[in-house]
Design a protein around this ligand. Sequence first.
Ligand code: PFF
Length: 446
Amino acid sequence: MNETLERWSSRRAFILAVTGAAVGLGNIWRFPYITGENGGAAFLLLYVAFVLLLGLPVMMAEILIGRAGRRSPAASLAYLAGQAGRSKQWWWLGVFGAFTVFCILSFYSVVSGWSIEFLVSSINGEFVGKTAAEVGTSFDAFLANPRLMTFNHTLFLIMTMGVVASGVSRGLERLNNLLMPLLYLLLLVLAGYAVTTSGFGRALSWMFRPDFSAVTPMVLVQAMGHAFFTLAVGACALMAYGAYMPENQSLPRAAVAVAVLDISVALLAGIAIFSVVFAQGLDPSEGPGLMFVTLPVAFSNLPFGSLWLSLFFLLLLLATWTSSINLAEPMVATLQGWGLRRGYAATLIGTLVWLAGFACVLSFSTISEVDILFGMNVFALFSTIPPEVFLPVGGLLIAFFAAWVMPESAAQDALGIGKTGFQLWRQLLRWVSIPLTLVVLVSGLL
Ligand code: PFF
């Protein structure tokens, strides 16, 4: 397979694209509810530590491989391994990545479809004056309605694949350039509003005053998995974006910018959500329903509640859209590398993801009791194992490849920094990120 000639048009475009991949359900839906379930500040600290010690160096490794290979992820791995005189079987890591993004995109599209539904409902003012029990019942009724859920899932997937089919500069880059600044602005408006509510003080102390007694090995695994998930690291998806990175850009600087933006979005979203939840005396440890049940109730009792709530679901939708195009890109790029036209590749991948997503939809009704593995139905399986196990395993192998397999000179060139900085990064990867990921993974699995 030949080198790709596509490039992001500027440094800013690259940073926005990677931030678009990173900021998504992970920050706005998953981060608040798992922080809520795991006791608040202690989890937050762990997550930030994992982002800095693992997520960030591995993210650099992943983007660097793409940039050095300039091909689809699997092809880049095979090409670079061949160059280093190693086995081309590293190709399989790209295949594993493609399988991971496939599973993630399948449930991701379904949950993003919920945000379309909730956006419409909140614009229509359907939550106004409802009690928590009433909103809970209507959420359950929505989940039990496969037609409606399939409709939203289909719509979302068309939005995603339409952009991916349009190509890197006309599709991905344009969407990210437009949506990311808008998303940040929306979030600032919402967080600014949260500051004026009576729950703001409690939200701050809950988020920032740690209680380490709540930390178990499982919490560690979750915090680590979340660090990978939120940065979009470990599935070779950023490798695909790295292949389009311009020559004259510092990779570490871009990666740090993305990590800072990603953490700040999670914090701002957390502040916005928990302030409103506390202002209404609701429970922050509600679980996955936090965003879809607690939040509508919390907002609906506040002045202009429907407006704020609509903005929230709009924010969620924009964030998931830019992440989904990143999830789809490596699969489409691979097929394109095999000679398929981009439009066909996007249609084919879209159809396969649609089918798997359809099984996720049915997991809430018809096949909810069907146990696929470890007592989990399709949705539960797709939304836990790939984020919590596949991403760290993929991240581990990516880190290993960049730290031990790639020739030093090729890695340094692609990282685009001086010798000292390069050595620092490589030693961090070899002696901190890789062992730490292994220890947490093994302790969690035991
Ligand atoms: N980072 C995205 C989020 O926080 O929602 C999810 C994600 C995107 C995970 C791309 C993995 C990936 F490859």
